[in-house]
Ligand binder design. Structure first.
Ligand code: C5P
Length: 230
């Protein structure tokens, strides 16, 4: 089967408190989006990458990746899941139901290409797919409305979900459509796939695959890339 990729990059990055959406902030001389796409382009299995962009996006045409033959773009939607679904549908003329599609956030530029390859190989025979994740290091508290601690969760069974998330193409489209129709909150692909009754696998990733969410994350990302010689 074939491997395709989807990159949601249509967010406005409200938590960054900057004019520029986070995918276009500068990270060691390139945009965050360029860095994320570079990691995917370095995985030769991936045949095409569909990038979901905001309809108001004026930056994309100036990126070097805009002229890359393995990359196409499509207009994203109002929530991340809408952007992912729009990009999946734009792959419809390429992808067969049993093909693999890898969804990777534009905001995770520190993922390692070698880790992506290992994940594709490890999950290759799985009927559903799986996600990159790391065990939670912190003890996690559940709070009440007044920020009082209501419960301490069992850390030994908690993992933090990252992207990439890899699923069979047909299964993922069906699960996302069903979940969005039902009004379920879908913050990652796995949550829709779980909700549809499947059991995705966890693939143990690295804590350095951080998501750029608040301004200080850019400094951490710069250190991580420098340590990896980029
Ligand atoms: O805001 P958050 O960190 O969850 O965004 C994750 C990714 O989803 C980002 O790469 C962002 O650009 C993308 N996104 C999107 N369409 C939206 C909202 C977020 O493609 N409507």
């Amino acid at each position: 089967s074939h491997f395709w990729a989807v990159v949601p990059a249509a967010g406005i990055g409200s938590r960054m408190q900057t004019e520029t959406p986070k995918q276009y902030l500068n990270l060691a001389g390139k945009t965050v989006l360029s860095r994320s796409l570079g990691k995917l382009l370095a995985v030769p299995f991936i045949e095409r990458i569909m990038v979901a962009l905001s309809p108001n996006d004026a930056v994309w045409p100036s990126l070097p990746e805009a002229s890359e033959s393995r990359i196409s773009t499509v207009a994203g939607g109002s929530e991340r899941a809408d952007s992912v679904l729009a990009a999946l549908k734009a792959l419809d003329s390429y992808a067969a139901p049993d093909d693999w599609v890898l969804v990777h956030d534009a905001a995770r530029p520190c993922v390692q290409s070698a880790a992506i390859s290992r994940m594709l190989i490890t999950l290759a025979d799985h009927p559903v797919g799986g996600i990159m994740a790391t065990p939670i290091a912190d003890t996690v508290k559940q709070v009440d409305a007044e920020q009082g601690i209501a419960a301490t969760l069992d850390r030994s069974r908690l993992w933090a979900a990252q992207t990439p998330q890899l699923f069979r193409y047909g299964l993922l489209v069906a699960a996302l459509e069903k979940a969005l129709d039902a009004g379920v909150t879908v913050t990652d692909e796995a949550s829709a796939v779980e909700w549809a009754g499947h059991t995705p696998k966890l693939f143990s990733g690295s804590r350095t695959n951080l998501k750029i969410t608040v301004p200080e994350d850019l400094h951490l990302a710069e250190l991580i890339l420098a340590a990896e010689g980029e």
